[in-house]
Design a protein around this ligand. Structure first.
Ligand code: 5AD
Ligand code: SF4
Length: 436
């Protein structure tokens, strides 16, 4: 049987990256090999993101680009997966009739079957939230060698219903994968060369597939020989329990970096966002985390121009950032999402949003650079991932997730070494290996 060719384009978050890998593996069992350009493909799959309007619109402009390919090759199959598929369903096929199949994030295990139903111009659609665990029904991951870092989804969905967010609608209710299955997948990844795992979940710290919660899972994962580093993302402040805070002080393999979005710094806006905590509660939590792990680097997400956000509310966000000091952060203009409560409220004018985003990002950038510059002279641990651009140079990540460049002989991807930082550039650090 000649191999068919599959091109997957992934948008959005790390969970989509993981899902795309799993779909590629599942389709591998159906005789599909992945390729890196749509022109070569027999099947194109877009794994989409619906979090902001721009992300969703990208899907339609990308589909527009495939018109010529479909005209030249009527057997080419085009599929839309991910959160736009879940949110818009059959509407996608109405807007772009060349789309053959639409599959929501909880139905990926049915992908091979859906593809087989698209012969002779038939369309296939599945946006169910089935009872069965899709990961158990997806083909096992093949035994190929892998790079030193990998994502592993442990939890999906969200019950928090922040007033701006589509995730509870597109990914559904919170579901945790059983710890034993995660352990099996993790051991397998480590056998294939993975040394650092990032556990993924929309609300990862609400994980309850282990009797000890996420902290229990992390401690169990830490017993795997050869697994050197564990990270997790994304967390909600209200699910940061005592055991997880303690793990930062006690579990050596848990890296001192935490993505803990707060979204806004004004109590009024936090309340209207339905975040269920105040700014002081967030500060108190960070104090406890830093007591457990004083060198913890924090990362956050911020939304500017949420409905009814005034200049004063916005300044509260700037003030919160000044107080916390973030090692990295993601920031966005509020984007109206159909079906979410905030979309119905009085909106902040676009030019105000632009202005606030500009000021917010300037502050975050300065802060980030200061924290990065403060690493000069310090010793960090680096997990090397790949060759750098200069001859003999290797690039890896510090425990704090800084990119670190080192030029030295004999370093290979997957090596973990102590590095003394001697310079800080715009986006990365560089340093020299410490003698062993
Ligand atoms: N508009 C802007 N940003 C949003 N996010 C989620 N929904 C929206 C929206 N409607 C941001 C939040 C979240 C991150 C993944 O995306 O900051 O933490
Ligand atoms: Fe969205 Fe995160 Fe809020 Fe859940 S906790 S609704 S995923 S922003």
């Amino acid at each position: 049987m000649s191999l068919k060719k599959l091109f997957i384009k992934t948008y959005g978050c790390q969970m989509n990256v993981y899902d795309s890998e799993r779909m590629a593996e599942a389709m591998g069992g159906e005789g599909y090999d992945t390729v890196s350009s749509p022109e070569e493909a027999d099947m194109i799959l877009l794994n989409t993101c619906h979090i902001r309007e721009k992300a969703a619109e990208k899907v339609y402009s990308e589909l527009g680009r495939y018109k010529g390919l479909k005209a030249a090759n009527p057997d080419l199959k085009i599929g839309v997966a991910g959160c736009v598929a879940q949110a818009e369903g059959a509407e996608i096929m109405r807007r772009q009739p060349m789309v053959d199949l639409v599959v929501g994030p909880q139905s990926y295990h049915r992908l091979p079957d859906l593809v087989s139903r698209t012969h002779n111009g038939a369309k296939a659609l599945d946006t169910d939230f089935p009872e069965e665990d899709k990961f158990e029904h997806l083909n096992a991951r093949p035994k190929a060698k892998r790079g030193p870092t990998a994502f592993l989804t442990v939890q999906e969905g969200c019950d928090k219903f922040c007033a701006f967010c589509v995730v509870p609608y597109t990914r559904g209710a919170e579901v945790s994968r059983p710890a034993e299955r995660i352990m099996t997948e993790a051991r397998d990844l480590v056998e294939r060369g993975v040394r650092e795992l990032t556990l993924l979940g929309q609300n990862v710290n609400a994980y309850h597939g282990h009797e000890g919660g996420l902290a229990g899972l992390i401690r169990q994962l830490a017993t795997i020989d050869g697994l050197e580093r564990i990270r997790f993302t994304t967390s909600h402040p209200n699910d940061m329990d005592d055991a997880l805070i303690a793990a930062y002080g006690e579990c050596e393999k848990l890296m001192p970096y935490l993505h803990l979005p707060v979204q806004a710094g004004s109590d009024k806006i936090l309340k209207r966002m339905n975040r269920s905590h105040t700014r002081d509660q967030y500060f108190a939590l960070i104090e406890r985390l830093r007591a457990a792990r004083p060198d913890l680097h924090l990362s956050g997400d911020f939304i500017v121009g949420f409905p009814e956000e005034t200049e004063e509310d916005f300044r509260d966000t700037l003030d919160l950032i000044e107080t916390v000091k973030y090692g990295s952060a993601f920031s966005f203009k509020y984007s109206e999402r159909p079906g979410t409560p905030a979309a119905e409220r009085p909106q902040v004018p676009e030019d105000e949003k632009d202005d606030r985003l500009y000021r917010l990002q300037a502050l975050l950038k300065t802060q980030q650079q200061e924290l990065q510059d403060a690493m000069v002279g310090r010793e960090v641990s680096v997990l090397f991932e790949k060759a750098g651009r200069l001859p003999g140079q290797m690039v890896g990540k510090s425990e704090y997730l800084h990119a670190v460049h080192v030029t030295a002989d004999g370093i290979a991807p997957g090596d973990l070494a102590r590095v003394r930082i001697d310079a800080s550039g715009p986006n990365s650090l560089s340093g020299v290996l410490e003698p062993r």
